[in-house]
Design a protein around this ligand. Structure first.
Ligand code: ZN
Ligand code: ZN
Length: 449
């Protein structure tokens, strides 16, 4: 299928509100405009082949073309095509130049009365005094030969449709950037509000019920799903919309299989879960819309380059300074926020493991280098006279004492991971008892502090 039709049918997706679709890249309009750009250039004798030769001339070519998108004025792009000619050479018969290029140069000669031949013997075709080649619709070419008989001349070739093309495109990119900014703001405030609600619903207190375990299981699963972002080595980085959609489906079906969405203790949790799922669907829908529009920009620029050889695919994105659409910032910014302000309000045990024994670092010892280990591992390191911190290698192990116990962190672990903390304490007691009383020691009845 032709891309224009693919894009049009993608925009019909029921998830996209019509206000969004109105802002989409006008691919068809740009394609029509591109035809005019092509004609404008070929009327000047600048077909894609000629342009590609003149923009990257082989050494010693007497003609040099330069093309850039000038973004001096905000919200407008002005394409600038300039010609530099080494006027001393007899360029009209130069063998390195194609017939087409010579035609272009004749047009130039005609409108500027340039000395484009050798100074002594004029073997070059004399330029006609007036210009039959110059298309009547085109404005005159601006510029001037350098004064004082300098061997170089410099001109700017005015391009009307080229300018029109880039301003249509730029305009739409700006609109899509601002749509994305609005959407990001609304998702962002929902993330903050939802984070506060879930923190409240999962907070362990002595008096009231909470849904801590349930939310931990849900977010643990969500982190495993890596819906928008993966930290695994084999597929590290941001997901595209298709993969994110599949991961979100996996997350939902696993949640159903494990029956996580039912049986909350607090009614507010059910509402919060629906909001969380809606937020994900919303982000996905935004990513999808931005992604297809970004692709439309890439496609039209590629087409532009193919038909003109002006190599704008590389320059347009940076010149347009699109901080949102073309930078693909949506996934990065919103995912980061989901993880720091939403998912992290429910602590996961994986973030509180001792880096030596990989169980919860209960009875946490904070060494003076600020790294935290469980008390048993620090004791063992000291017995083996290993004085360097296993994480940063600083000399901090032997000076650790009971004063290095982090009481605040210990309270936090006891509160948020009561089961894991209790098990760890039991295991510590058993290990210590075995050391003192021998391998027959069993910590069955004795009380655990
Ligand atoms: Zn440990
Ligand atoms: Zn350390």
């Amino acid at each position: 299928m032709k891309y224009a039709r693919t894009f049009a049918s993608e925009l019909k997706h029921p998830d996209f509100p019509s206000q969004w679709v109105d802002l989409a890249i006008p691919y068809g309009q740009l394609k029509k405009c591109l035809k005019k750009v092509q004609k404008e250039l070929s009327d000047l004798g600048l077909g894609p082949d000629t342009l590609s030769v003149l923009l990257e001339p082989s050494s010693g070519s007497p003609v040099l073309l330069n093309y850039k998108l000038d973004a001096t004025n905000p919200n407008t792009l002005r394409p600038q095509l300039t010609v530099n000619i080494h006027t001393q050479d007899d360029i009209l018969v130069d063998a390195t130049l194609s017939e087409e290029t010579r035609a272009f140069l004749k047009t130039l000669v005609a409108s500027h009365d340039l000395p484009l031949g050798p100074r002594e013997e004029t073997t070059a075709e004399p330029a006609p005094p007036s210009s039959p080649n110059l298309p009547s619709a085109s404005p005159p070419i601006r510029g001037a030969a350098s004064p004082g008989g300098d061997a170089h001349s410099h001109f700017e070739v005015p391009l009307i449709y080229d300018g029109e093309f880039f301003n249509i495109l730029l305009n739409n990119v700006i609109k899509l950037d601002s749509l994305q900014a609005t959407q990001e703001r609304s998702m962002s405030s929902e993330i903050v509000a939802l984070g506060q609600d879930i923190a409240r619903l999962s907070k362990p207190t002595h008096l009231a019920k909470n849904d801590l375990e349930r939310w931990r299981a849900i977010f643990g699963l969500y982190l495993d799903a890596g819906v928008f972002f993966s930290t695994r080595e084999e597929d590290h980085g941001y997901r595209d919309n298709g993969l994110a959609a599949r991961q979100l489906t996996w997350f939902r079906s696993e949640m159903q299989r494990l029956d996580l969405a039912r049986g909350f203790r607090l009614r507010g949790s059910r509402v919060a879960l629906d909001r969380f799922l809606r937020l994900n669907v919303d982000l996905l829908r935004n990513l999808h819309f931005q992604e297809i529009n970004k692709l439309a920009v890439t496609k039209i620029l590629k087409k532009f380059d193919k038909r003109t050889s002006l190599a704008v695919s590389k320059t347009f994105p940076s010149t347009a300074k699109s901080g949102k659409l073309l930078a693909g910032a949506l996934a990065r910014d919103i995912c980061a926020q989901i993880s720091t302000e939403l998912v992290s309000v429910v602590p996961q045990v994986a973030d509180y493991l001792c880096p030596v024994c990989f169980t919860i670092a209960y009875r946490p010892i904070r060494l003076s280098c600020q790294h935290v280990f469980c008390i048993r591992c620090v004791v063992k390191l000291q017995r083996r006279l290993e004085k360097h911190c296993p994480l940063c290698r600083s000399d901090t192990v032997m000076t650790a004492s009971p004063d290095n116990l982090d009481p605040k962190l210990q309270r936090f672990m006891k509160k948020y991971f009561p089961k894991e903390s209790k098990e760890k304490q039991k295991a510590n007691d058993l290990e210590r008892g075995t050391e003192i009383y021998g391998p027959g020691y069993e910590n069955t009845e004795c009380s655990v502090m």
